[in-house]
Ligand binder design. Structure first.
Ligand code: SAM
Length: 283
């Protein structure tokens, strides 16, 4: 089997198929041989597991996942990679490639149809341009998956994995912590990719909670308020929510006070429980 993290092998296979990198599709391919085995190991893939991969590149992570998992379904948008993958992954009979945009795939149906009786995990080196929408979609769609292990920009990883109520937290922090228990696994330097991006990366794992971190009566309203509270993060929650959702300030002050919270508080100081209480008290 070819070493798919070897620059020479990648260059040769790309040249043979007339493939060149698309910046727009976030194509930075891994060339550090230690990263994919570690990711595949740490994502929970084993002989009873079905893995969804997003973005194959030349198949370097796909191969490591297929060595460990029962089945891998890899979603790749760039059809120019299909003949490449046919060659690079020819040793495996447990990989299926879907030439689709991950944001348009019905993942519930995919899991039902392709992974019957298996536990399911997601594992991907995500394209940078679409990190937050993909993670939000994976979490909000409540897929029957055990964990989501993804490589993303280091700064994004810090924000996703920080505790709610800390200085780096944002609306996406509330989302990841609401649906999952996030953990940073390891860092990957920019030199591990071809072409090298301008930023370093981190592999994170989101272990999906059986029940959300807090109970709220209306999830959509909860996240509407969270987004509004962080919309102007330098302002107080009262000012930010009031201007984003056109709610009178007096109502927000009353809701905060009812929850025992300071009316001058900023969003980054609110815990998950405080957001839940604010949501329940705000009509
Ligand atoms: N897994 C490979 C690796 O680690 O070397 C490639 C990772 S590269 C950062 C991201 C991959 O995602 C590229 O192959 C790109 O074509 C693919 N991609 C970009 N947008 C996508 C989308 N919306 N749906 C599915 N795949 C996408």
């Amino acid at each position: 089997m070819q070493n798919l993290s070897d620059i020479g092998v990648i260059r040769a296979v790309m040249e043979k198929h007339g493939f060149n990198f698309s910046k727009a599709l976030g194509q930075n391919f891994l060339i550090n041989p230690s990263v994919c085995p570690r990711m595949a190991e740490m994502c929970g893939a084993d002989e009873n597991t079905g893995v969804i991969e997003i973005g194959t590149g030349v198949g370097v992570l796909t191969a490591e996942l297929a060595k460990r998992a029962k089945k891998v379904v890899a979603i790749e948008l760039d059809s120019r990679l299909l003949p490449v993958l046919e060659e690079t992954l020819s040793d495996f009979d447990n990989i299926e490639i879907l030439n689709e945009d991950v944001m348009k795939v019905d993942l519930h149906a995919l899991i039902r149809e392709k992974f019957e009786g298996m536990k399911v995990v997601v594992c991907a080196n995500l394209p940078y341009y679409i990190t937050s929408p993909v993670i939000t979609m994976l979490l909000e769609s409540r897929l029957p998956v055990e964990a989501v292990t993804v490589m993303i920009q280091k700064e994004a990883a810090d924000r996703l994995c920080t505790p709610v109520g800390s200085r780096e937290s944002g609306a996406i922090t509330v989302c990841t912590n609401y649906y999952s228990v996030p953990t940073q696994l390891f860092n990957v330097s920019r030199g591990s990719f071809m072409p090298a991006p301008n930023v370093d990366s981190t592999v994170i794992r989101l272990d999906i909670r059986k029940e959300p971190a807090v109970k709220v009566s209306d999830e959509r309203k909860f996240f509407r308020i969270v987004k509004a509270a962080f919309a102007q993060r330098r302002k107080t929650v009262v000012n930010s929510v009031s201007s984003s959702l056109s709610v009178p300030k007096a109502e927000i002050i009353a809701a905060l006070e009812q929850a025992g919270l300071d009316p001058n508080v900023r969003a980054e100081k609110l815990t998950m429980e405080s957001f839940a209480a604010l949501c329940e008290n705000l009509v």
